[in-house]
Design a binder for this molecule. Structure first.
Ligand SMILES: [Zn+2]
Ligand SMILES: [Zn+2]
Length: 328
């Protein structure tokens, strides 16, 4: 047994997986800069989502004054915008990778196809099930939080930040929201693996042993409320509407991209757009590991980090045996 990659996967990235260099010792300034650079300034999903947030605010978003009173019209507009965004991202990735198999099996983690049918799924199939929960529950809860925040900002219940108030803070918030996400997600996800919550709530997301783009936001409504509830921090931390849009779009849309099942999008044989993470892909197959992401080192600290090697695998199996509490 060595650092060799795991068996049973079609594609694995270079292992062992490593967490952000901000949490590795000794500190390596160049690696730290490269981490920030790679996660922001190549064509990355984060930058794309910042773009989507600004386009939303410029063309598809009511003025704050209009959101002072709750009204059917602007709420439906926001809901429709989010439906379209979700369909473009999850639907687009699904068509590209699974319907038209544009990339074949290249960079695909799991050799198996998605499950066409299965009695464990709502509407009898994995894709129908995933689309249903994503659109009916996910986009609705996402929209509800946006409506709540815009309404609260318009009425002075939540603090509004403008560019003029502090350009530095305005930009810093974009950088901090993904770190906050990593922190928040680890803890709520860990909580959702408590047997009671797992059985009644989180198991719905875990119907997907193998994942596709529609699996990311396929969750129980209670999980949607908890997961997207991270945006409530802006009742305390001042933000601009564009940050609210980014915050929720980042959660919802990267849920789709991180579950793509492929490590990235190949352009001329180069991985040009990083997508699914092997880290979370392993969570779907092995359950009791990798609750968080690589941005913050919680899994490492608490012994649940699976770095994709066989050594790690043996450790995680041991851990899972100890946790056999009927959670599966
Ligand atoms: Zn889980
Ligand atoms: Zn997942």
């Amino acid at each position: 047994m060595s650092d060799a990659p795991l068996k049973g996967w079609h594609h694995t990235p270079n292992v062992p997986l490593k967490v952000s260099p901000f949490f590795q010792w000794p500190l390596r300034p160049v690696a730290m800069l490269r981490w920030v650079w790679n996660s922001w300034f190549l064509i990355t999903e984060r930058l794309i989502i910042v773009g989507i947030a600004f386009i939303s605010v410029a063309f598809f978003q009511p003025q704050l004054a209009a959101t002072q009173t709750l009204a059917f019209g602007w709420i439906v507009e926001i809901w429709l915008r989010n439906i379209v965004l979700m369909c473009l991202v999850a639907g687009g990735l699904h068509l590209y990778f699974y319907t038209y198999t544009k990339q074949g099996q290249r960079l695909k983690y799991d050799p198996r196809p998605l499950m066409k049918n299965g009695r464990q799924f709502t509407l009898g199939g994995q894709i129908r099930d995933n689309m249903f929960w994503t659109l009916a529950s996910g986009v609705t809860v996402w929209t509800a939080y946006e409506v709540l925040l815009f309404w609260a900002m318009a009425n002075g219940y939540a603090p509004v930040l403008t560019w003029a108030d502090s350009p530095v803070w305005f930009i810093a918030l974009f950088l901090l929201i993904p770190v906050w996400e990593s922190f928040y997600f680890y803890w709520i996800h860990r909580m959702l693996h408590i047997p009671f919550l797992y059985k009644h709530v989180h198991a719905l997301h875990h119907r997907n042993i193998n994942v596709g783009p529609w699996s990311g936001m396929s969750m129980h409504p209670i999980e949607h409320i908890i997961f997207l509830g991270s945006v409530l921090i802006h009742f305390v931390v001042p933000a601009n509407p564009v940050h609210i849009l980014f915050h929720l779009q980042y959660y919802a849309l990267t849920a789709a991209t991180t579950h793509t099942g492929f490590e990235g999008l190949l352009v001329k044989d180069q991985n040009r757009l990083k997508l699914g993470t092997f880290h979370h892909q392993m969570h779907h197959r092995y359950f009791e590991c990798n609750y968080g992401s690589l941005e913050l080192p919680w899994d490492k600290l608490f012994g649940s980090f699976h770095d994709g090697t066989q050594v790690s695998d043996a450790k995680i199996r041991e851990r899972r045996k100890k946790l056999t509490n009927g959670t599966k």
